[in-house]
Each structure stands twice: as structure tokens, then as C-alpha cells.
Design a protein around this ligand. Sequence first.
Ligand code: ADP
Length: 230
Amino acid sequence: MSLEPVVELVGVRKEYPGGVAALAGVDLTIRRGELTAIAGPSGSGKSTLLHIIGSLDRPSGGSVRIAGHDVAGLRDRELSALRAQHLGFVFQSFHLAPGLSALDNVADGLLYSGLPPRARRRRAAEVLDQVGLADRMTHRPHELSGGQKQRTAIARAIVGDPVLLLADEPTGALDTASGDTVMALLHDLNAQGATIAVITHDTEIAASLPRRVRLRDGLIVSDTARTAAV
Ligand code: ADP
């Protein structure tokens, strides 16, 4: 039984001005419940792919469906709404608001949810508890370790229950032990049902994930899901 696709890319190309083909025809389906590494060396097109899956940018050609929506048919405002409602982002450098507590940073992940502030904070507290930071809710980012900052950022990314969590080099700024904790958290969240794509140039991290998609020169050169299907 195949679960419903949350990302469907067919023949996706992206050319930048100057003729660089950052993506040269990518077919990729990510289904609900998957935990996927998108790996490849620097310059292989990972960031470009992240931007397209994250509906931060549009392709030069091919089709992109995210959470069942064809992005070509959406205006920029609708694309932003799709992003806010259905996707969660985690970045290497955390991107937390420096003046806000962990609780308010996470509650901000619900700004576009329509929930009133009190409900946003209540839900944020639940998710901080889930990521193991129940005792750090009032701390501001500078009072948290790198690993705690990234767990806060993950809590913010999942608080709105996105169909897909996109993590861009989530352990890139962390020491090995904190990085391992963050990866363990991503595994836990996946075991609880979250669909997650981790963009990484780190072959060890890629090897630790159940599905591995490898990019080179803007093309998928291997995909363990595709190999398994043959
Ligand atoms: P990765 O994330 O794997 O390092 P990128 O997606 O950043 O790869 O880059 C893929 C290719 O596209 C590279 O050759 C890069 O130089 C080029 N590229 C990326 N962004 C731009 C841009 N904004 N303008 C021109 N070329 C770009």
C-alpha cells in the first residue's frame, strides 16, 4: 500500500541567469510518513531543490505538487499561504528571534493558524515538552545550547502540524553529541508520523536515514526508494 504523496516533482528544471542548470530534470515523490535524506556534494543542487520543495521558488520547467497543490496554478500569495499552512522549516543556523523566549519563538510558528494567542502558547508548551525542553520554556535563545536552540527551532517548525518538515543541514552548526540528539529527535518525530526531508552534504547523516536520494550536477543519481521498487 502506498501512502499519499506530499511532494511530487516531475521533470523539474531550474536554470539561473547565466545558463547554470541547477536542476536538470528531477523526478521525486515523497510520501506521507517518509524520512528522507537529500544528499549530494556542494553545488549538486540541494539548496535549489529545497527552495522548490519549500515553495520558496518556482521551477523553470516541469511540474511541482506540494500537499496536492500544483504550484504553477498558484499566485505568490497563495504560495506563501501553502508554505505557512503545510510546511515546516529548520535551518542550520536556527533562525530564532533573539529577544523572545523559547515558548514565544515556538508560538510564533502558529501566527497564521488563526488560533488566539493563549491557545498558541498552550500548544507551543506542549510541543516544547515533546522535544524535551519543558524546563527551558522561558529561556531566550542566548541562554540555550546549540542543541537546545535547534530543538526549539524544530518545535517551532512542527507546532502547526505541517505535512512536511524540511530540515536544511540541521546539525551543521552543532557538535557531534548535540547533532546526534537532534537526529534522534527527527527519528522520534518520524516514528510518531511526521514526514521529514533532511538536506545534507554529510554522508554519515544521510546513511542513517531510511531513504536516501543523492543528487549530482542537478540530477538524482540514486534513490533507495526507487531501487527498492525495482
Ligand atoms: P548545493 O545546495 O548542493 O550546494 P545549489 O542548489 O546551491 O547546490 O547550487 C546548484 C548550482 O546552481 C551551483 O552550480 C550553483 O553555483 C548554482 N546556483 C545556485 N544558486 C544560484 C543563483 N542564485 N544564481 C546563479 N547560480 C546559482
